[in-house]
Ligand binder design. Structure first.
Ligand code: CO8
Length: 258
């Protein structure tokens, strides 16, 4: 266990359940992402047979990147934050063990990215998922887009991204952004666990090699361009218009409660 992640391993199946635990909305800051990278490293070292990613909250899977990491950022910290996000994505998207997301709440932006980086998605009804970056006045980086292209059609990706669309669970199911719908968290976990049964008679090495063949080029692309990706993101974030947009968005989130 770490400060922001609870890890439980099923001794019979060797499958780990990783529960994000950063109230109120699991926004992804540098510390949570560092924890996640450490956990993924440990799971690999300990030969985990699979991982299920879920949330402590029954309303929000994760609200995506912590907007406070991007609003009036300290440049040094932002660089650490973005590099850690790149690192986590490469570890998760490229993990040799199978992965499933039990999406028991809203999964906008970075939340959708984490879910798409798993191999299978079970989502509780009545929530929303999608890459809504354009609605915040920013563009999803190329590797976010590749993760979506690996999940749904090119046509649906373009329509979803240009409009920053958040899909309801049933809409997400229709385009394949999620694989199954669940009634509640327990049901989602059960269905996610059942996903791993499909590999009972499959040689792990053949499974892992196939996954690497499909996803490897996307990871190599980012690996080669990490610094450029960081600089592009930083200059986009620092634009006054983007900063103003984030400020309005934070105010909107606060005011919607009143
Ligand atoms: N970061 C930081 N704080 C957040 C975030 C966030 N992403 N989301 C919510 N919060 C805060 C709220 O401001 C609120 O704070 P406070 O309690 O101080 O008022 C608190 O968390 C609780 O939020 P809500 O009251 O809104 O909680 P609800 O349960 O009603 O709603 C939602 C949950 C649906 C998740 C809602 O909070 C929401 O829509 N959040 C924003 C989601 C979003 O759009 N995230 C995008 C982040 S950007 C990203 O992930 C990718 C960026 C790519 C960068 C590209 C650069 C070029």
């Amino acid at each position: 266990n770490t400060k922001f992640l609870e890890v439980t391993v099923n001794d019979d199946s060797g499958i780990a359940t990783v529960t994000m635990k950063r109230p109120p909305v699991n926004s992804l800051n540098l510390e949570l992402l560092t924890d996640f990278s450490d956990v993924l490293t440990d799971l690999k070292k300990n030969d985990a047979q699979g991982m299920i990613l879920t949330s402590f909250s029954n309303k929000v899977f994760t609200a995506g990147l912590d907007i406070m990491e991007m609003y009036k950022p300290d440049e040094g910290r932002f660089k650490q934050f973005w590099s850690m996000l790149q690192e986590v994505w490469m570890q998760l998207y490229g993990s040799s063990f199978p992965t499933a997301a039990a999406i028991n709440g809203h999964a906008p932006a970075g939340g959708c990215l984490l879910a798409m980086s798993c191999e299978y998605r079970v989502m509780v009804n009545k929530f929303t998922i999608g890459l809504n970056e354009t609605q915040l006045g920013i563009a999803a980086p190329p590797w976010f887009i590749k993760a979506m292209l690996n999940t749904i059609s090119r046509r649906d990706t373009e329509l979803a991204l240009t409009t920053g669309r958040l899909f309801k669970t049933d809409e997400a199911l229709k385009i394949g952004l999620v694989d199954e719908v669940a009634n509640d968290k327990e049901d989602a976990l059960k269905k996610a666990e059942a996903f791993f049964d499909r590999f009972e008679t499959i040689a792990p090495i053949a499974r892992a090699y196939t996954k690497a063949s499909l996803r490897g080029a996307d990871i190599e692309d980012l690996k080669k361009n990490r610094e450029k990706d960081l600089q592009t993101t930083l200059s986009a974030i620092l634009q006054p218009k983007v900063q103003q947009g984030l400020e309005f968005y934070l105010a909107f989130l606060k005011n919607k409660k009143e």
